[in-house]
Structure formats: C-alpha cells, structure tokens
Design a protein around this ligand. Structure first.
Ligand code: ZN
Length: 178
C-alpha cells in the first residue's frame, strides 16, 4: 500500500494576528505546528501539483490532496502522491459502479422471482384467506405477500404466501427493515 488515507487529521487554529498558529492534530495528538508560510506552501502545492507535504511524523509523511489527507512511508514526491490518490479514487469509483450493477441485477432476479407466484398457489391462498387481509380483514387494495420475503430466502409455497392489504404490507416491510 503505497499511500493510505489518513483519518482523524485536523488543522487546529488558535490565536490572532502575529500570535496566530496552526497545529496539525492527528487523533487528538499535535504532531506539528505550521507557519503561515507553510500553509501557503501547502495551498499552492495542492493547486499546482495536486498534493503537498504537510509534515513528517516519525518515518512517514502526511500529505494533503484535494481529496483529503494521506500517509506515505516510501518517501514519495508530490506528483507520485497526487497520482496515487487519483488512482485510488478512480478505482473506488469503478468498484462502486461494479457493486451498483451487481445489486441492480440481483434485485432484478429477486423481482422476477417475486412476480412468479404460480396461478394455482394464488387461487389456493386467495380461497384459504377468504379474499381478505389476514391482518386487518380489509377487502380492498389486496396483495399477495411472502411471509418470509423472497430476498431472505422465502419461496412461493402456499404456506409462505398470504393475502395482505397495502397498508398492512407496508407496515410489515417497515418492521422487517428495522
Ligand atoms: Zn390489512
């Protein structure tokens, strides 16, 4: 891992005018103090090279990029850090996009399975439940509901299907989601 995201980093400013100072605090521990010139150097570095060294801490360097702070313990230069940070974001975007596609296709599969309650099962359940919501007895806005949701492995057997009205079905979904 050439660079890694630095967490818990903050610049703590105190004082005014010539007494103003900025401390680099990592996880509650002040590791360096920055002058105004340092701050300007960091700002310029980010603008020009995409990354700027904030300070050294033991064997590692704390870098700042537009995307946040990074640690480097390989003695990289600003260009390398900027590139690695950019690559890291790019790969993260690609991973998110891939996960989004996987989830969408899994939801499509679940959706397809959900629609396929066989006609004879529907008829059986409808008769068994007397054409009413099994929870409140409503006779309108009725739906076939999976007692154990398809997403959680519930199937289309009659024991797992029941008649619910819309409001009861939504109330049940809310309970499961919680
Ligand atoms: Zn109901």
């Amino acid at each position: 891992m050439p660079i890694r995201k630095a967490t818990g980093v903050e610049l703590r400013r105190s004082g005014f005018g010539i007494f103003a100072r900025t401390e680099v605090v990592v996880g509650g521990r002040a590791i360096a103090r920055l002058s105004r010139r340092d701050l300007r150097r960091i700002e310029d570095g980010i603008a020009i090279e995409g990354a700027a060294a904030v300070t050294d801490d033991l064997d590692r360097t704390l870098w700042r990029t537009e995307d946040g702070y990074y640690w480097d313990d390989d003695g990289l230069d600003a260009e390398a850090v900027a590139l690695l940070a950019w690559d890291r974001l790019r790969r993260q975007d690609a991973r998110v996009e891939r996960l989004r596609k996987i989830r969408a296709s899994e939801e499509a599969v679940v959706g397809a399975r959900r629609e396929r309650i066989p006609e004879d099962v529907r008829l059986f359940v409808w008769t068994r439940d007397e054409g009413r919501c099994v929870r409140c007895g409503a006779e309108e806005d009725l739906q076939f509901d999976h007692v154990i949701p398809v997403a959680r492995g519930g199937g289309n057997a009659p024991e797992n299907i029941q008649v619910l009205c819309g409001p009861c079905n939504r109330a049940k979904s809310d309970q499961i989601a919680r």
